[in-house]
Design a protein around this ligand. Structure first.
Ligand code: AVI
Length: 327
């Protein structure tokens, strides 16, 4: 199928639930008013942020993407067997490129593919591309916020089962209560017979983890600082881009990387009529990247009414894939 046909098909199949656009200014003001200050990591991903994230995945220290891809390749046979034939694949997010391709190619006759994504452009780009490679898999994109329950479009060929796909350890960027909510929303989407394949980064040597979030080339630092550039551009804030620096530390007791932007000096930042004072050395949290053990992930899943039925780790135990289903 060529790109024009694939795009036209995807357009015709689009379910647009018109998700409420983010209120970047209100979220920023609310985050800066907290003690300690924090900003939502979801705002990293403007065009430049997405480009920088792609660059992060190519840094030698950032093993997550590389290891998960290799794991997908080796575990695909058992994953396909555990999932069974004729599944409707539902991805939370807009198609993570190579990983989605591997999954669709490895499953036994998947009947449909539904990415759920808030950005219409990212959504349509992903199904146009995948539609060309998988002409027999019905592309059923849904424009919606996947953190809320989303009714699934019905596939033309009846599926036996829904398989939710959430790779990349993206779950780790949500705080604990939000992760439980997200897993519960996956449970709703998959139904009683369904399952979900979730990528999780595993707890390990803090030095390896800290290197992954402090690459020598400085790409992660640029990614983090780009958040301030985006806010200045979009909501007219006046963050001094040269007066904050990136800091990512592994908090062992909480098993997560905590990324902050640290103020280099005492300064005041304005957002509209609001003024926020920073002390020299004050840290504003901008991201968490949760890491998991078998036990911690199983306990999290259990709080959402899910149980782990299968698990695959790469040979070094760095990264895992877990198949969960309603408990
Ligand atoms: C998308 N997410 C899983 C990445 C992570 O590892 O937490 C985002 C990231 N932040 C800094 N480097 C990568």
């Amino acid at each position: 199928m060529n790109a024009v046909t694939a795009r036209a098909r995807a357009q015709a199949a689009l379910t647009d639930l018109r998700p409420r656009p983010d209120d970047v200014a209100a979220d920023t003001i609310a985050g800066l008013a907290r003690t300690p200050k924090r900003l939502p990591s979801k705002y990293f991903y403007d065009a430049e942020g997405s480009r920088l994230f792609e660059a992060i995945t190519r840094q030698p220290e950032y093993y997550l993407t590389r290891v998960e891809l290799a794991l997908m390749e080796t575990a695909l046979g058992p994953i396909a067997q555990a999932a069974g034939p004729d599944v409707h694949v539902v991805e939370f997010g807009s198609g993570s490129g190579r990983k989605t391709e591997l999954l669709l190619a490895g499953l036994d006759h998947p009947v449909a593919y539904t990415p759920i994504e808030i950005s219409r452009t990212a959504l349509m780009d992903s199904v146009t591309r995948l539609g060309q490679s998988f002409p027999d898999v019905q592309m059923l994109p849904v424009c919606a916020d996947f953190t809320r329950p989303v009714p699934l479009p019905a596939a033309q060929h009846r599926s036996r089962r829904t398989l939710v796909f959430f790779p990349g350890s993206t779950l780790g960027n949500f705080r604990e209560a939000e992760s439980v909510q997200l897993l519960a929303s996956m449970r709703d989407t998959m139904g009683e017979a369904g399952c979900a394949l979730v990528g999780i980064d595993l707890d390990k040597d803090p030095a390896v983890l800290e290197a992954a979030y402090n690459d020598l080339a400085g790409v992660t630092a640029a990614f983090t600082l780009n958040l301030l550039a985006r806010l200045n551009r979009e909501i007219g804030s006046d963050f001094a881009l040269d007066a904050f620096h990136h800091r990512a530390v592994y908090a062992r007791e909480r098993m997560r990387i905590e990324t902050a932007l640290v103020s280099d000096r005492a300064q005041t930042v304005h957002v509209g009529e609001h003024a926020f004072a920073f002390e020299a050395g004050e840290a504003m949290q901008v991201e968490i990247s949760q890491k998991y053990t078998d036990a911690s992930f199983a306990a999290l899943a259990a709080r959402a009414g899910l149980r782990v039925t299968h698990g695959w780790n790469d040979p070094t135990g760095a990264f895992g894939l877990r198949l969960v289903q309603p408990a």
